[in-house]
Design a protein around this ligand. Structure first.
Ligand SMILES: N[C@@H](CCC(=O)N[C@@H](CS)C(=O)NCC(=O)O)C(=O)O
Length: 117
């Protein structure tokens, strides 16, 4: 897919570590994007429409197609922009599995440590 056909928008929230994950990934890979700050006390129609299951940020919208869940988004970015280095996930399947384990562990740890964020 050519760069000129990429319309990338990120719906996030300034204090969300999950949103930050995706912001950093886009910056590290040099992918231009539009950022939409969400008020989680007054969620936008777009947020609810794009993530009807969880209604949470981050939501990544690529050419009108929404992707939810920060770790899923990171993998999507790596796969959709394969020539943009560095790669976010290792090539080696075992190393990818180890990374996924620790990413999941941290996600669940943070979730139990911080009730709201
Ligand atoms: N597992 C999700 C967690 C996302 C999440 O918890 N987002 C929070 C902000 S940090 C949110 O949108 N909360 C709004 C709500 O729970 O209504 C991910 O990794 O993207």
């Amino acid at each position: 897919m050519g760069e000129e056909h990429n319309n990338v928008r990120l719906h996030g929230m300034w204090a969300s570590i999950y949103s930050k994950r995706v912001e950093y990934a886009l910056k590290i890979k040099g992918i231009p994007y539009e950022y939409v700050e969400e008020d989680l006390m007054n969620k936008s129609h777009a947020l609810v429409q794009y993530n009807p299951v969880h209604k949470k940020v981050p939501i990544f919208v690529h050419n009108g197609m929404p992707v939810a869940e920060s770790l899923v988004i990171l993998e999507y970015i790596d796969e959709a922009w394969p020539t943009h280095t560095p790669r976010l996930l290792p090539e080696d399947p075992y190393e990818r599995a180890v990374l996924r384990f620790w990413a999941n562990y941290l996600t669940h740890q943070v979730r139990s440590d911080l009730a709201f964020f």
